[in-house]
Design a protein around this ligand. Structure first.
Ligand SMILES: C[S@@+](CC[C@H](N)C(=O)[O-])C[C@H]1O[C@@H](n2cnc3c(N)ncnc32)[C@H](O)[C@@H]1O
Length: 389
C-alpha cells in the first residue's frame, strides 16, 4: 500500500491528528454510527484549530505537502496582472477579491505587478476562513510588499453590498468537501466513515434518492463493472454567493478539472479524489486526518451552469498553459531581469512547469466569467474550449 512509503509524521503531528480523530468519532456517534464522506472531509480539513486548513500544518511550498502555481513562481501573478490590469481599466472603482489566499504569495506578487503598471485596485479583499492562514498572509505581504499592506483587507465572508470586482480563486474549489459514491450491481452507493473497534473505517451505504437522482443525471453508465467518483455540491451555492455580490465585474477560477463529459467518462472510473502528504499522493483518506490535504478535481460544466443560472456570462475556458500564453507569459519571461545563467534557466524551468502539457499547464484549467462587460474577459483569445463544457 502507498502509505508505507510515506514519511513518518512527528509525535506532535500524530498527537494533533489523534485529537481530530476524537472529534470525528464524536461526530459519528452523534450521527448514529456513520457519517458521509463529505462530512468527514469537512471535519478533516476545517475542524476549528485541528483540520488540515484550520490547524497549523505547513501545507504550501517545498516544506509542505503541495506546491500551487503562485508558489512555483512569481511569473504566475505577473502574467495574471496583464488581463487583470486590462479589466481594472474598464471597470470603474474595481476591487480584487481573492478567495483562500494560501500563503499570500499571489496577493503580494499581483499587487506589486499592478502597482508597476499603475493599475492598483481600489481594495484587495482576501476571503480567508482560517485565522492561522490570515496571519501567514499578512506576514508574507508585510515581507514582500510592505508599502501595499494597507491596500489589503481580510474578510471572512463576501461584502454585504454589491461591489465592482475581479474575483480570483486559485485551487479553492478543489478543497471543498465532496460526496463520494460507487456504482455496484447497478446500484448507487455512498461512501462514508464509521467506527470499527477503536478505528475509523470507510464503508458504503445505499445512496439516498437525492444522490441517486444527481448521479443518474451525470450520465454515468450503471452497467459499469466498477465505477467510483465524487460530487461537489458546494460549487453552485459558492458561485451563486459570489455573483450576488458583484455589480459589474469578472471572475477567474483556476483549478484542476474537466468538462462534465470527460470527468464522468468511463475512462475515469476510479474518480479523481486524492490526498497529499509531503508531495506524495495518497489514496488513504483516513491516514492521519488533519495531516494530509484531501482534494478532488472540478466539474467545470457545473461551474459554467452556476454562472449562467446567476446572470453571468461564460467568456472563456481553457488550460492554464493556454491562458498564461494568451496573457503574455513569454513576454513576462523575456522581461525578467536575471543576474546569472543559472537564474535564467530557473525562470525558464518555472515557465515550463506553469505552462507545459504534462505539467500544471494542462491539468489546470481556467474559466473566465463576467457580468456587465462589453467585451469578453481577456486570456482566452486563442484555444478557447468553451464548446467542451
Ligand atoms: C489548495 S489551497 C490553495 C491556496 C492558494 N489559493 C494557492 O493557490 O496557493 C485551498 C484554499 O482554499 C480555501 N477555501 C476552500 N473553500 C473556501 C471557501 N468557501 N472560502 C474561502 N476559502 C476557501 C482553503 O481554506 C485553502 O486555504
Amino acid at each position: 500500500m502507498q502509505t508505507l512509503e510515506l514519511p513518518e509524521p512527528t509525535p506532535d503531528e500524530k498527537q494533533q491528528s489523534q485529537k481530530l480523530v476524537e472529534v470525528i468519532k464524536q461526530d459519528i456517534i452523534e450521527a448514529g454510527g456513520w457519517i458521509d464522506f463529505e462530512r468527514y472531509m469537512q471535519l478533516a480539513l476545517y475542524s476549528p484549530g485541528l483540520g488540515y486548513y484550520s490547524g497549523g500544518a505547513q501545507k504550501f511550498g517545498e516544506q509542505g505537502d503541495f506546491i500551487t502555481s503562485p508558489e512555483v513562481s512569481s511569473l504566475f501573478a505577473q502574467t495574471l496582472s496583464n488581463p487583470v490590469s486590462k479589466l481594472i481599466e474598464k471597470i470603474p472603482d474595481t476591487n480584487i477579491i481573492e478567495f483562500g489566499a494560501g500563503s499570500g504569495k499571489l496577493a503580494a506578487d499581483l499587487l506589486r505587478a499592478l502597482q508597476k503598471k499603475a493599475k492598483l485596485p481600489e481594495k484587495y479583499f482576501i476571503i480567508e476562513l482560517s485565522a492561522e492562514l490570515q496571519q501567514r498572509q499578512k506576514d508574507t505581504i508585510r515581507q514582500l510588499v510592505p508599502d501595499l499592506l494597507t491596500h489589503v483587507q481580510w474578510l471572512t465572508k463576501l461584502p454585504e453590498s454589491r461591489v465592482n470586482a475581479i474575483v480570483i480563486a486559485n485551487e479553492v474549489m478543489d478543497a471543498m468537501p465532496v460526496k463520494r459514491f460507487r456504482v455496484k450491481n447497478k446500484n448507487i452507493e455512498k461512501l462514508g466513515v464509521e467506527i470499527k473497534g477503536q478505528q475509523l473505517e470507510l464503508s458504503y451505504r445505499e445512496a439516498d434518492e437525492n444522490l441517486t437522482k444527481k448521479v443518474d443525471a451525470l450520465g454515468i453508465n450503471r452497467n459499469e463493472y466498477a465505477y467510483v467518483s465524487e460530487l461537489n455540491e458546494h460549487i453552485k451555492p459558492w458561485i451563486k454567493s459570489i455573483t450576488q455580490c458583484i455589480e459589474k465585474g469578472a471572475i477567474y477560477l483556476i483549478d484542476y478539472g474537466y468538462p462534465r463529459s470527460e470527468y464522468y467518462s468511463e475512462e475515469r472510473h476510479m474518480g479523481t479524489f486524492l490526498g497529499y502528504y509531503r508531495h506524495r499522493s495518497i489514496d488513504a483518506p483516513l491516514w492521519y486526518p488533519g495531516l494530509q490535504d484531501l482534494t478532488a478535481f472540478i466539474d467545470f460544466t457545473e461551474v459554467a451552469e452556476a454562472a449562467t443560472e446567476n446572470g453571468f456570462d461564460v467568456d472563456g475556458f481553457t488550460s492554464q498553459g493556454n491562458f498564461l500564453l494568451n496573457s503574455g507569459l513569454s513576454e513576462v519571461v523575456e522581461n525578467t531581469a536575471t543576474s546569472s545563467e543559472i537564474e535564467r534557466l530557473q525562470i525558464v524551468q518555472q515557465m515550463k512547469t506553469l505552462s507545459l502539457l504534462g505539467e500544471m499547464g494542462e491539468r489546470f484549467k481556467v474559466i473566465g466569467l463576467s457580468k456587465g462587460l462589453e467585451e469578453n474577459v481577456p486570456g482566452f483569445e486563442f484555444r478557447d474550449f468553451r464548446y467542451r463544457l
